[in-house]
Design a protein around this ligand. Structure first.
Ligand SMILES: [Zn+2]
Length: 149
């Protein structure tokens, strides 16, 4: 889960709060950050979702803090790993392997929940789960993980 900065330094995954128009704050946004020049960029896999969320917030005139991991499954899986990752860095499991495993677990969980929603014929809930499934399955299907198994 690393990437090179334009200055040549390796960038590492982190989370930060982004502030838009001084009224909208979105916290726990996954970013790549350079340790050397402090350049950072939003993780490409969540960028379109972040922009969509921003549009929604602007339209609804909502103000205040939004936790991005609560509205984006990919960010949530990353966030949950990153909290324990520091203690695990010494183990042989790489972040990528762990991340892929956690993504698959989350997909299975969402599929179970979707089954419940379907049983209850709750259309709105089904749509909500579908949206969350897409956020994460798109990434797993088309990322560098494809072909890994
Ligand atoms: Zn840099």
């Amino acid at each position: 889960m690393r990437k090179l900065c334009h200055c040549g330094q390796k960038m590492s995954l982190d989370f930060r709060v982004l502030i838009f128009g001084r009224v909208i704050e979105i916290d726990r946004v996954p970013i790549f950050e350079c340790q050397l020049c402090s350049h950072y960029e939003v993780l490409p896999a969540v960028k379109s979702d972040l922009l969509a969320l921003l549009d929604e917030l602007k339209e609804s005139n909502e103000q205040g803090l939004v936790l991005f991991n609560e509205v984006n499954e990919l960010a949530d899986v990353m966030f949950s790993i990153s909290r324990t990752w520091n203690q695990m860095e010494s183990t042989s499991t790489s972040f990528e392997v762990l991340f892929e495993q956690k993504c698959k677990e989350r997909i299975n969980l969402l599929l179970d929940v979707y089954g419940c929603a379907k049983e209850m014929n709750d259309r709105q809930w089904m749509d909500e789960i579908s949206k969350r499934l897409l956020q994460i399955s798109d990434f797993v299907n088309y990322s560098q993980f494809s072909g890994a198994n």
